[in-house]
Design a protein around this ligand. Structure first.
Ligand SMILES: C[S@@+](CC[C@H](N)C(=O)[O-])C[C@H]1O[C@@H](n2cnc3c(N)ncnc32)[C@H](O)[C@@H]1O
Length: 434
């Protein structure tokens, strides 16, 4: 507890420091309630993590922001708890997933409409195969079509298109968004998905030529039922509205001093999870072409495509790491410089939009680059202080490998050095005071 008579400033820091000392592991807790399990997403939060900070630092109707909202865990928790949820993400599939999870859905209606939709798609394939083949040929540009032909067998292509045509006819916004997520989760799945990829849920698109992909109808039916099973209206339907913006985290477009709390997690510094590599399997069906998706991928924070911007003036913590890494690998050091530089603009934006006295919570894992632990958390904390935040502290949470889906290669190297370094992540607590 803060000492009697201590300033608001100290009290704020004390409260956040205390929160960072709490058990942030949340092992053994069920994270599949409400809409959280609707779609796989690597490195998503356990819902209890944003819930804890939202309940500790905001009240009803406050604004909670996640500027790198991914599958929307922070947003769903904020909306469920009656806060206004705002997210940003440059990844169109992340936005689709998060937006769908924020819209109310009537489970009975969803099951009825979904079942009718599957039956209509089956009939269409049976009766109008030619029409579907024709539509398939017109729907994609040559490069995107070649991608689809490489990864999906002709039967699954037709089944997917038949389902999609039905989904596109659904008028109600929340229902259509829900079916799109069901559709996408039949593709971005572990080995059971409808493509020839091995494990898209872990962003592993290796082709398995002798794989016998499941029927899209069967998978859609399965996922529809699974998603609705956890959907208990009073906990799943949000109490408050939420929105997901397509702006990058560095320029949210939100007014200054308007946000009550930020809970977010950026991508890893070494780009360990290549979201777009898996997401394009789904996005091509929703009208995105391969070239456009490659351009979005290059805008990912920390992407190793050569940037044109110079990132100088980083804090000493970052510069020291960069010097050590440059001695081992100049190219990786340049990519890490870009990551720290971009994160600096993102954290500056967080500072701008937050109200005075309010916290930003940034959750990040560290990265091992050429045998060097880059201690990303310390770098980001130093960046936070540089842009004007007060650093209340850095909490540690042990990852539950079964829950927070990490890149597959980490999971398979249980005893390797990198695995040892990757078994925890850091919770950076910053407060804006000026
Ligand atoms: C670790 S994930 C967030 C996961 C999220 N906490 C959840 O529970 O699902 C990081 C997210 O940052 C997003 N991202 C990458 N670059 C971005 C940028 N420049 N602006 C906004 N979001 C970005 C990625 O698309 C990804 O969804």
């Amino acid at each position: 507890m803060p000492a009697h008579g201590s300033s608001i400033h100290e009290q704020g820091c004390d409260r956040l420091r205390e929160a960072l000392r709490a058990d942030l592991d949340f092992h053994g807790k069920n994270g599949k309630h409400a809409t959280h399990a609707w779609h796989s997403f690597p490195a998503k939060f356990p819902p209890q993590l944003p819930q804890f900070f939202i309940e500790s630092f905001t009240v009803a109707d406050d604004i909670v922001l996640d500027p790198m909202s991914g599958s929307g865990t922070t947003l769903v928790e904020a909306a469920r708890l009656g806060r206004q949820a705002i997210g940003c993400d440059i990844d169109p599939l992340a936005r689709m997933i998060a937006a769908a999870k924020l819209l109310p859905v009537n489970a009975v209606q969803a099951l009825e409409t979904g079942t009718a939709l599957i039956q209509a798609a089956q009939r269409a394939l049976h009766r109008d195969r030619d029409q579907l083949e024709h539509a398939l040929n017109r729907r994609f540009d040559p490069k995107t079509r070649a991608f689809i032909d490489f990864w999906f067998l002709p039967q699954q292509q037709l089944e997917l298109l038949a389902l999609l045509q039905g989904i596109e006819k659904v008028q109600q916004e929340g229902l259509q968004a829900f079916f799109k997520i069901v559709f996408s989760s039949t593709i971005i799945a572990k080995s059971g998905g409808v493509s020839l990829a091995r494990d898209l849920a872990h962003t592993r698109p290796h082709k398995v030529t002798d794989k016998k992909p499941n029927s899209a109808f069967v998978e859609f039916t399965k996922r529809l039922k699974q998603n609705l099973a956890t959907h208990v209206a009073d906990t799943a339907n949000p109490k408050h509205s939420g929105r997901v913006l397509s702006t990058g985290a560095a320029s949210t477009g939100l007014p200054s001093d308007s946000v009550d709390l930020i809970v977010t997690s950026p991508p890893y510094a070494n780009n360990a999870i290549d979201y777009m590599r898996a997401h394009k399997f789904s996005l091509v069906w929703f009208g995105w072409n391969i070239d456009a998706l490659s351009r979005i991928r290059a805008r990912y924070l920390g992407h190793d495509a050569a940037g044109t911007t110079q990132f100088n003036g980083l804090p000493r913590q970052c510069e020291t790491t960069l010097t050590q890494l440059a001695e081992r690998d100049a190219k990786k050091a340049a990519a890490l410089r870009r990551y720290f530089g971009e994160m600096s603009t993102v954290i500056k934006e967080m500072w701008r939009v937050l109200k005075k006295g309010q916290p930003a919570v940034i959750v990040v894992g560290t990265s091992n680059l050429r045998g060097l632990d880059v201690e990303t958390h310390k770098g980001l904390a130093a960046l936070g202080e540089k842009v004007g935040f007060e650093l209340a502290g850095i909490g540690v949470r042990r990852l539950d490998r079964d829950k927070r889906m990490m890149p597959a290669r980490w999971g398979s190297q249980r005893h390797s050095q990198i695995e040892e370094r990757m078994h925890q992540e850091y919770v950076i607590g910053l407060i804006k005071f000026r």
